[in-house]
Design a protein around this ligand. Structure first.
Ligand code: PLP
Length: 431
């Protein structure tokens, strides 16, 4: 019986066709792949780097999220935000599933086009673009792009005068994990003059875009944004622009997806007639839960507390905040460590021991020489972990490996083992 409320919510949104329980199959498949990969790695004899961090990605999870999106946000065509995790298999699957793509740079546009995706499925959703990248987009036929200031309009006029422009407006993103409106978005007292300038420059504004902030927690954040978008639509129409698109951005998270989708769908239907094309730019919604990471314990320090006569440990892993745990710094995440292998026991063997014995306290650190490289200040396990043991962390798919650095000479390229808990995803990818 599934007791984790998060998984209950997800299960509700997932399809249980013919009794097939995708999330349960996913858990088993991922656990098996993790176990197989770490078996046989002997720290005393292995090649340098054989014990490196690795991911297991369940592409079935991405597939299920897509079905869930289609079920609850029928009107909105998702344009996956590549920045969130440009994993080649994720992009390939989404390209096969027919989504569009939100690209932020030349490299992202290039990666998507190389999959054979038509340029009309791409939106260059970066309101402040590099000039040479606009020229590249023009050369490749990518016409949809966002803007939020006058200087950008002059650049676009110079390099892509027949661009299909979305005016990105400011939102109240105060209830989100990562606020984007500190940096982007035109305030409502500037939208009129921007639309007027676009008209004077003979540029085509075709719609409005917004983003309620990455990792938005309040479904109502969409209400104000949709109503502001409607007002700007009307300004554009009054000035003679052919306003026919609304881009509702990203910000969706698995935990609150259904209530969010309900609020958003209702607001869209109330404000935008059916001929208006609606797109979205979800990132973390698609991939956050699909990736699990496994890390090796490379060092340990014992901390004796004489006063309480207790022993705790500092564990050093081969990955940290300068690597795939960059999400701790940049994305305000708190990854939860779980034991994958302790001595000769694997996670499955340890299940029955979970409550036995007093818990030992650990702090978990990354491999660099910087003191801020801390993954967890305090966590407890009943087992005594040692050098060579393995930990794993779930929900490591969003804003993790894409922002890993090579600080201290550690690699930023790690193996990804792909599995699929959905036969549909397997078939599309020929797995
Ligand atoms: N669209 C734009 C313009 C963004 O800047 C971002 C994230 O920064 C996204 C979409 C994806 O947001 P999320 O991953 O929260 O869905």
């Amino acid at each position: 019986v599934e007791t984790n409320p998060k998984h209950l919510i997800r299960a509700r949104g997932s399809s249980f066709v013919g009794g097939y329980d995708g999330p349960a199959v996913s858990k088993a498949l991922v656990a098996d792949a993790l176990k197989k990969r770490v078996q046989g790695v002997d720290g005393d004899t292995c090649e340098a780097g054989e014990e490196d961090t690795f991911f297991v990605a369940d592409l079935g999870e991405v597939y299920r999220q897509h079905l869930r999106w289609k079920m609850h946000l029928r009107r909105i065509k998702p344009h996956y935000a590549v920045k969130c995790n440009p994993d080649p298999q994720v992009l390939k699957l989404l390209a096969e599933l027919g989504t569009g793509f939100d690209c932020a740079s030349k490299a992202e546009i290039e990666q998507v086009l190389q999959l054979g995706v038509d340029p009309s499925r791409i939106i260059y959703a970066q309101p402040c673009k590099t000039k040479s990248y606009i020229r590249y987009a023009a050369q490749e036929g990518v016409k949809q792009m966002t803007f939020d200031n006058a200087d950008e309009l002059y650049k676009i006029k110079q390099f892509l005068p027949d661009a299909e422009l979305f005016l990105r407006i400011l939102t109240d993103d105060s209830a989100s994990l990562c606020r984007l409106s500190l940096k982007f978005g035109a305030s409502l007292d500037t939208t009129g003059s921007l639309l007027k300038l676009a008209k004077e420059l003979d540029l085509n504004v075709v719609g409005v875009a917004f983003h309620v902030g990455s990792g938005a927690s309040d479904p109502n954040a969409f209400l104000g944004a949709v109503s502001d978008a409607r007002a700007v639509f009307d300004q554009g129409i009054a000035l003679g622009h052919d306003m026919r698109n609304l881009d509702v951005g990203g910000g969706f998270i698995s935990e609150t997806f259904e209530p969010m989708a309900e609020v958003l769908s209702k607001a869209i239907d109330e404000n935008f007639p059916s001929h208006v094309r609606i797109i979205g730019e979800p990132g973390r919604y698609y991939v956050a839960d699909a990736f699990t990471i496994a890390c090796n314990v490379i060092a340990r320090r014992t901390v004796d507390d004489a006063a309480s006569a207790t022993k705790s440990y500092m564990l050093y892993l081969n990955d940290g905040v300068y690597g795939n745990f960059s999400s701790i710094m940049f994305d305000h995440q708190h990854p939860v460590p779980q034991i994958l292998k302790c001595g000769d026991k694997t996670a499955q063997d340890l299940v029955s021991q979970k409550t036995s014995g007093p818990a030992t306290e650990y702090s978990i650190w990354g491999p660099t020489c910087d003191g801020i490289d801390c993954i967890s200040e305090s966590c407890k396990f009943p087992q005594t972990l040692d050098v060579g043991d393995w930990l794993f962390f779930e929900e490591m798919g969003a804003y993790t490996k894409c922002s890993a650095t090579r600080f201290n000479g550690f690699t930023d390229k790690h193996e990804v083992i792909y599995v699929s808990s959905e036969p549909g995803a397997k078939a599309l990818l020929g797995m």
